[in-house]
Design a protein around this ligand. Structure first.
Ligand code: GDP
Ligand code: IMO
Ligand code: MG
Length: 426
């Protein structure tokens, strides 16, 4: 049984990472978020309650699990405290949360700039969640960001004054409303006091946990096809949701990661702009959207719907080194006479089996679809692979044969109990 496991999104996000991370977290000692911020919306359902997490890892409900917000994250401290309070109000102690002193702080000006950037891009907009994620990572890479260690230190006032001065110039230039230093500083100073007890050297913490033979679970946010390096650029997020991000964003070494499990939705969804070859909009996609409630957890936007794209999934398996696939929302496909899967693309009449680098080429790709037979049976109470209808088994087998990666488990409903494990990995 592995000691460390990455759970990551293999598509364009919202694959059910929260549910599966939470499921595996029962066997974990530590859960680490390694990138992204509150652009994530991870839904977890147990004991008839639904929880939606944004920046806090999905192991928070168990007081015995350490939950780390790794340094690869950009953390909006206001949103973090709101989320924390929400959980406390529901009776969770939240004493098990650790924020990296090296993580970057996401301020109001990042949000303002994100909104202004999107407005300026007009029809070319990325369709971001408008949470300031891109501008915060921008500052990190430009080496002008403010990190948690600065935020909670005595230097904060000076660092923030300087930063806000520059950002206000930018905001004004873009037609936005500048932020008042004194008011905003006072507010953030109080917030820093509240956040301070949670901040520590999480690299050292993780090392100690590892040396104590503890089980560590890495929770990806977004998805591999939204990765800044591997995704459908520029319609991506600004971090590395793929498995490499777990190393850079947490401080674990590559020789300490044993499994990378790709969460795969049985069909595909995407929110925001960008190419999406298997997208379709008809009665079937509308049925899927309503049945699965495919509306953004964060932005409430209707999610775009497409068939399962095996070309994209294969690419994802390659770049992430997937050791297993966890298939989610397969219950949603019940009742469809036929189910399509994309096995290659036609780009200018040439058949290709990978994702072109240029988004305009990707947008031109026509999916080559294979039609598989559907099934009528409701899957929501299925407890084993053997109980699946034959055509659902064939669907899973088709995915395995195409990708060469085992489907080690599948999910037949939002509730934690609606989870079937085929191969124990953690
Ligand atoms: P995440 O961002 O990857 O954690 O995914 P989201 O929470 O944004 O979206 C996944 C949605 O599907 C949520 O509403 C989940 O409750 C729900 N969900 C997860 N797994 C299943 C499943 O197997 N079947 C059904 N019907 N819903 C699921
Ligand atoms: P979880 O973790 C789905 C998308 C946005 C947009 C692009 C850039 O719940 O799967 P950003 O705000 O990150 O700069 O937006 O990425 N996006 C997500 N799509 N699920 C998410 O998170 C997402 N987080 C960002 O819609 O296309
Ligand atoms: Mg989500």
């Amino acid at each position: 049984m592995s000691k460390s496991l990455i759970v990551l999104g293999s598509q364009w996000g919202d694959e059910g990472k929260g549910k599966i991370t939470n499921y595996y977290s029962e066997r974990a000692d530590v859960v680490v978020r390694y990138q992204g911020g509150n652009n994530a919306g991870h839904t977890i359902v147990f004991n008839n309650q639904t929880y939606k997490l944004r920046s806090i890892p999905s192991g928070v409900f168990n007081p015995n699990i350490k939950n780390i917000l790794g340094h690869g994250m950009v953390i909006n401290p206001k949103s973090f405290l709101q989320e924390l309070q929400g959980l406390k109000d529901l009776g969770f102690s939240c004493e098990n949360i650790y924020i990296s002193d090296r993580s970057h702080v996401l301020f109001d000006y990042h949000i303002e700039i994100d909104k202004l950037n999107e407005e300026a891009l007009k029809e070319k907009k990325i369709g971001t969640t408008k949470n300031g994620i891109g501008p915060a990572y921008n500052d990190k890479v430009a080496r002008i960001g403010i990190r948690m260690c600065d935020f909670i230190s005595d230097d904060f006032k000076d660092v923030y004054r300087f930063s806000l001065l520059k950002k206000n110039e930018q905001i004004k230039q873009m037609g936005g409303k500048p932020i008042d230093f004194e008011t905003s500083y006072q507010e953030y100073q109080k917030i820093a006091d509240e956040i301070r007890p949670y901040v520590c050297d999480t690299i050292d913490l993780l090392k100690k946990e590892r040396l104590a033979n503890k089980k560590i679970l890495f929770e990806g946010a977004q998805g591999a096809l939204l990765d800044i390096d591997f995704g459908s650029y520029p319609f991506v997020t600004s971090s590395n949701p793929s498995s490499g991000g777990a190393l850079c964003g947490s401080g674990i070494g590559m020789n300490h990661i044993e499994e990378a499990i790709g969460i795969v939705k049985a069909y595909t969804t995407r929110v925001g702009s960008g190419a999406f070859p298997t997208e379709f909009e008809d009665e079937i996609s509308q049925t899927i959207r309503e049945k699965a409630h495919e509306y953004g957890t964060v932005t409430k936007r209707p999610r775009r719907i497409g068939w399962l794209d095996l070309v994209a999934l294969n690419y994802s398996a390659t770049i992430n080194g997937l050791t297993g696939i966890f298939l989610t929302l397969i219950d949603i496909l019940s009742g469809l006479k036929e189910i399509k899967v994309c096995t290659s693309y036609l780009l200018d009449d040439k058949e290709i089996f990978t994702i072109p680098a240029k988004d305009s080429d990707f947008a031109k790709c026509k999916p080559v679809l294979k039609t598989l037979a559907g099934w009528d049976e409701d899957l929501s109470n299925v407890k084993s692979f053997d109980e699946l209808p034959e055509n659902a088994k064939k669907y899973i087998k088709f995915i395995e044969d195409y990708t060469g990666v085992d489907v080690i488990g599948f999910s037949v409903g939002a509730d934690k109990n609606q989870t079937v494990i085929r191969k124990e990995v953690f």
